[in-house]
Design a protein around this ligand. Structure first.
Ligand code: NAD
Length: 239
């Protein structure tokens, strides 16, 4: 089978390094890797994968659109404007945008949605995420995705990022989101459904970046041949 040719933005970062390490063993080849000051030229690649910085979104999207190659974005922390570049690109080429490529977290997304449906508005929902000390954005992209799912499901209009001082009683419309940063934590996410007299906690812990890299490779193989649209990892996994 022909090796999958990958152009990689953020090739020297933590995720870029994990992906490069995995590629050869997974019949894939990094044909080009780009850093912060490089021009992105992915013409000889089958797919462009981005694990860099949200600020690169405009350049990454333009490169994929011009070269007409599918795009897999793992970068998190996009602003509304940066997200708009991604949505525009998805009209021209297929794009997978995933805040988390691990199979387990995508099952957590499905379980959180199911939990919200079953438990309903009688339970308060809080999210806790923990990451290594070098992570730049907060809350994590994964926590944002979880919050979006739960907000939509339970009509929680009020996202509350941490609490301090006389904040008053918790409102029914609230979803609390809390970020912990320290050490080398790869990525933990917990959804807490707290009711009267009982609570459910759903936790996912990633222990290796290889999990994300493997998922990104899976997304890269899946997206080739798809029609232009914005896809999620749940589309890739069919869950
Ligand atoms: P990192 O800081 O180790 O690496 C980022 C790399 O991108 C660096 O080498 C940096 O020089 C480069 N870079 C920065 N700006 C750039 C630009 N404009 N153009 C090209 N390259 C640029 O970070 P990391 O831990 O590898 O994470 C990278 C991104 O991936 C973050 O947004 C992180 O949240 C996200 N991430 C996503 C997943 C997932 O499963 N989707 C998993 C882990 C991390």
């Amino acid at each position: 089978m022909k090796a999958l040719r990958i152009a990689l933005v953020g090739g020297r970062g933590r995720m870029g390094t994990a992906l490069s390490r995995l590629a050869a063993a997974d019949n894939a080849q990094i044909v080009a890797a780009f850093g912060a000051n490089d021009e992105i030229t992915p013409r000889k690649a089958d797919v462009l994968i981005d694990f860099s910085s949200a600020a690169a979104a405009e350049q990454v999207c333009a490169a994929a659109t011009e070269a007409k190659i599918p795009l897999v974005i793992g970068t998190t922390g996009h602003s509304a404007v940066e997200r708009h570049f991604v949505e525009e690109a998805a009209q021209a080429v297929p794009v997978v945008l995933a805040s988390n490529f691990s199979v387990g977290v995508n099952v957590l997304f499905a379980l959180a949605q199911q939990g919200a449906r079953c438990l309903g508005p009688g339970f308060d929902v809080e999210l806790v995420e923990a990451h290594h000390r070098l992570k730049k954005d907060a809350p994590s992209g994964t926590a944002k995705t979880l919050a979006e799912i739960l907000q939509r499901e339970l009509n929680l209009t009020n996202a509350r990022h941490g609490r301090e001082g006389m904040v008053g009683e918790r409102r029914k419309s609230e979803i609390g989101i809390h970020s912990i940063r320290g050490g080398d934590i790869v990525g933990d996410h917990t959804v807490i459904f707290a009711g009267d007299g009982e609570r459910i906690e759903l936790t996912h812990r990633a222990s290796s970046r290889e999990t994300f890299a493997r998922g990104a490779l899976r997304a890269a193989r899946w997206i080739i041949g798809q029609r232009p649209a914005l896809y999620s990892m749940r589309d890739v996994l069919g869950i």
